[in-house]
Design a binder for this molecule. Structure first.
Ligand code: C5P
Length: 240
């Protein structure tokens, strides 16, 4: 397929706890586009490695899992994920799975092995891709790029509240330490470090409610659409 015919991508990157998963999900639903939660892919490789006794320091074993594991993201029930036919959504969202994902995500061979899987999500009419390197590495030709930030303290508070609401017992200082450790690993790794893509709109979500972030994102998409001066509406019809 000619590169110019590839379905459009909107890239949403940033550290965890900035609300990017929620924004990506809402936007994909609003546009009727596909959704890629790339962090979930790294989490799932970690879970698959644990289940099959593959060491987190064995790049070849991890790559082979990344290429062969059967993963399904339900479009009917957002958030529902199966690995080789078994429901693993709850396990995917555990703090341990995130910490394991962040460790194995620093392995260059694994990142390369997951590239094709991520590109496969690029289907018509378009894709909203959420992660750390969507705008920099995986979809550098994304039409619009966003980078969401918030202080580690704000993100730890948000996560604390989410877990408390689910009646999971956690300590706020431990969550903050975990977030800081993950940020350090994600931003300093040699391959695809977490950083804003060139031209990305940076949004500090700290003082904003989800709907306010969505309003900024919509506004940016409308400005981009208007700047193309095409009759075809890329994102929204005239109601926006
Ligand atoms: O976004 P989420 O918290 O699910 O990501 C888990 C971990 O996976 C991150 O801490 C990061 O190390 C890694 N990741 C990545 N590249 C992505 C998405 C996630 O390295 N595109």
């Amino acid at each position: 397929m000619d590169e110019h015919e590839l379905p459009p991508v909107i890239a949403i990157d940033g550290p965890s706890g900035t609300g990017k998963g929620t924004i990506a999900q809402l936007l994909a639903t609003e546009l009727g586009w596909h959704l890629l939660d790339s962090g979930a892919l790294y989490r799932i490789v970690g879970i698959a490695a644990l289940q099959s006794g593959i060491d987190a320091a064995d790049p070849q074993g991890l790559c082979s899992l990344a290429r062969t594991m059967r993963v399904e993201f339900s479009t009917l029930f957002p958030g529902s994920i199966t690995l080789d036919g078994k429901e693993i959504s709850a396990q995917v969202r555990l703090e341990e799975s995130g910490a394991m994902a962040s460790r194995i995500a620093a392995i260059p061979e694994l990142r390369a092995a997951l590239l094709q899987r991520q590109h496969d999500f690029r289907q018509p009419p378009g894709l909203v891709a959420d992660g750390r390197d969507m705008g920099t590495v995986v979809f550098p030709d994304a039409l619009c790029k966003f980078f969401l930030t918030a202080s580690p303290e704000t993100r730890a508070q948000r996560r604390y509240k989410q877990l408390k609401d689910k009646e999971v017992n956690v300590s706020l200082p431990a969550l903050l330490r975990d977030i800081q450790a993950r940020d350090e690993r994600d931003t300093t790794r040699a391959v695809s470090p977490l950083k804003p893509a060139k031209g990305a709109l940076i949004i500090d979500t700290g003082p904003l409610a989800i709907e306010q972030v969505m309003a900024i994102v919509r506004q940016e998409l409308v400005s981009y659409q208007d700047s193309r001066k095409e009759s075809r509406q890329l994102f929204f019809s005239d109601k926006h």
